[in-house]
Design a protein around this ligand. Structure first.
Ligand SMILES: C[S@@+](CC[C@H](N)C(=O)[O-])C[C@H]1O[C@@H](n2cnc3c(N)ncnc32)[C@H](O)[C@@H]1O
Length: 259
């Protein structure tokens, strides 16, 4: 069973990470609608679709969506909420089982950051480029290396320039920060200190630690502080886009040349 299978099986619905993730998704959805031209003729690929949350969202705005993942557990979750115009398949994003130029949008959300080996990263980006139609978009949401260094063994935050190089000849059209990080700095710093002490470098330890923390006596104050900084960051995010440029969480929109 791979790490993502395990998460699909164990992940508690009440976990604060899930809660923050859900809230954050709403923010990202708004940004996608502003910055990406979606229409009912489009075919979308959700590479590393996990439980299919993004496939479901895209399915409301485009013609059809294919989600691909190599975690059977997460795909089983995805299939539970499968929409009529959505298909989920088991497969490796390094070797996409699709013809060249199949999709108007090839999308990944927090997937490439988990492809650690440089060769695999290169192969995956080439595959995403291959299956995208000329003039089509490659849409990414990833944690980049600005303030987030390579944190643990399961994540490789790369600078935006590395994505730009990997997706050539596609051009980076837009590049947006998602959340103003200032109020979060303190908390991220403290949680990193705690996490790196008790974390053996496996994503499961991080989730387990959050679960333990939430169910301990510290649970309520930790949750309140986290949510407080989360909500405090939203108005700042709205005041100035420039502030969010510092955000480690980035939306990157590439466009493949028309010819
Ligand atoms: C952090 S999860 C993100 C899931 C989903 N995109 C989302 O935003 O909810 C990373 C996903 O990438 C998938 N993944 C990682 N490497 C993969 C590979 N080589 N082929 C297919 N899926 C992969 C994992 O199984 C997992 O579902």
């Amino acid at each position: 069973m791979n790490v993502w299978d395990k998460i699909g099986k164990d992940h508690s619905k009440n976990n604060i990470m899930v809660f923050i993730g859900d809230k954050q998704q709403k923010n990202i959805e708004k940004l996608f609608l502003i910055h990406i031209p979606l229409n009912k003729k489009m075919h979308v690929l959700d590479a590393g679709c996990g439980n299919g949350r993004w496939s479901s969202w895209f399915s409301k705005h485009v013609k059809d969506v294919v989600g691909i993942d190599n975690s059977k557990e997460l795909l089983a979750l995805a299939k539970k909420n499968q929409k009529k115009n959505t298909k989920f398949i088991f497969g490796d994003i390094e070797k996409l089982p699709f013809k060249d130029k199949s999709f108007d949008i090839s999308f990944t959300c927090i997937v490439l950051q988990h492809v650690l080996e440089p060769k695999k990263f290169q192969k995956t980006t080439k595959e995403l480029l291959r299956v995208t139609k000329p003039g089509g978009h490659i849409l990414l949401f990833e944690i980049v290396k600005k303030y987030e260094k390579k944190r643990e063994d399961y994540i490789a935050c790369r600078p935006v320039s590395e994505y730009v190089k990997a997706f050539r000849p596609a051009k980076l059209e837009k590049h947006l920060g998602v959340r103003c990080p200032y109020p979060l700095f303190g908390l991220i710093y403290v949680s990193k200190k705690i996490l790196t002490k008790s974390n053996k470098g496996d994503v499961r330890d991080t989730y387990a630690l959050w679960d333990r923390l939430e169910h301990s006596r510290l649970g309520k104050p930790v949750k309140a502080a986290f949510l407080g900084t989360y909500y405090a960051s939203i108005p700042l995010n709205m005041i100035s886009r420039r502030m969010t440029v510092l955000s480690p969480e980035r939306i990157m929109i590439f466009r493949k040349p028309k010819k």
